[in-house]
Write a protein that binds this ligand. Structure first.
Ligand code: ADP
Length: 289
């Protein structure tokens, strides 16, 4: 069982030919609502790849809350620990124009996932093969999850995104960290490559189309990405993390697990949308050949 402790958002996507200036109104040419949030995305990625996945999170009492829970259920994710709280669900307001984007995230219900909620889920965390975390929920709740997982000897993947929520305090719980290059630079400075050797087999930096790298205690290893025609890289990191979780929960060796994650993420960038592009197990295994 993989337990994802994280955010659940509705993405409100609006396309326009140009962004409005201050005080201006423009007509848009596209509007969709798509389930997202890093936590939910990583849960869906893992479930599609054959993982048995449970989600700990919070949605609001608004209609989005129902839609978000139903979406996770339809993906086979156990939602019995997704709580409903008064008020709105988390949303990401995404403006798209000329290949550029402007995003406002309003955490809403996600910010009501408390350390006490995590305490109440200790038995579920203890029974997990692996826990997956990101930084879109309150940081005290991230910390509590790390503490409980550690106490119960459950390994954790901490995807440190957004990286401004990262605290060096997390390191003492020895999670597997999966920043991209800019997140690694925010966490460890421009010379983040040095940090690889301080965290052997636990700091995996994703490199976009170039794959990912880590230090195995002896050598630096880069696991190459798979060249594809990328149309939308939204959710590449989420797919990578969901896939890595499935592979590590199955006790795949780290290098093979990263190959699996690169393959899954390469499939995801060939399609539009975060969850929209997340692949199944068969096509991912096929791509590794
Ligand atoms: P994020 O999406 O979090 O910014 P990256 O850009 O490093 O992180 O991408 C995460 C993973 O997605 C990479 O390690 C790689 O496996 C895959 N990936 C991303 N972009 C591409 C691409 N253009 N082609 C193939 N794989 C990609």
């Amino acid at each position: 069982m993989i337990t994802v402790v994280g955010s659940i958002n509705m993405d409100l996507v609006v396309g326009t030919e140009r962004f409005p200036k201050q005080g201006e109104t423009v007509l848009g040419n596209l509007h969709t609502t798509i389930p997202g949030g890093k936590g939910a995305n990583q849960a869906v990625a893992a479930a599609r790849l054959g993982g048995e996945v449970a989600m700990i999170g919070a949605v609001g009492t608004d209609p989005f809350g129902d839609e978000l829970v139903t979406n996770l259920e339809n993906e086979g994710v156990d939602v019995s620990r997704v709580k409903r709280v008064e008020g709105p669900s988390g949303i990401a307001n995404i403006l798209l124009s000329e290949g550029d984007n402007r995003i406002i995230v309003v955490p809403g219900a996600n910010h009501q996932l408390t350390p006490e909620d995590i305490d109440h889920s200790e038995a579920a965390i203890a029974a997990s093969d692996l826990v997956v975390l990101q930084l879109e929920i309150p940081i005290p709740s991230v910390l509590r999850t790390l503490q409980i997982a550690r106490r119960n000897q459950v390994p954790v993947i901490l995807n440190p995104a957004p990286a401004d929520g990262f605290s060096p305090e997390f390191l003492q719980y020895e999670p597997i960290l999966t920043p991209n290059e800019s997140e690694a630079a925010m966490m460890f400075g421009e010379n983040w490559e040095r940090a690889l050797e301080a965290h052997p087999n636990r700091l995996i930096v994703t490199l976009g189309q170039n794959g990912a790298r880590y230090y195995d205690g002896d050598r630096h290893i880069r696991v190459p990405g798979i060249r594809v025609n990328a149309v939308d890289t939204t959710g590449a990191g989420d797919t990578f993390n969901g896939a890595l979780a499935v592979a590590l929960a199955e006790k795949m060796p780290l290098e093979d697990a990263i190959r699996f994650a690169n393959a899954a993420a390469s499939l995801s960038v060939e399609q539009f949308g975060a969850q929209g592009g997340m692949p199944g197990r068969g096509e991912t295994v096929e791509r590794m050949k």
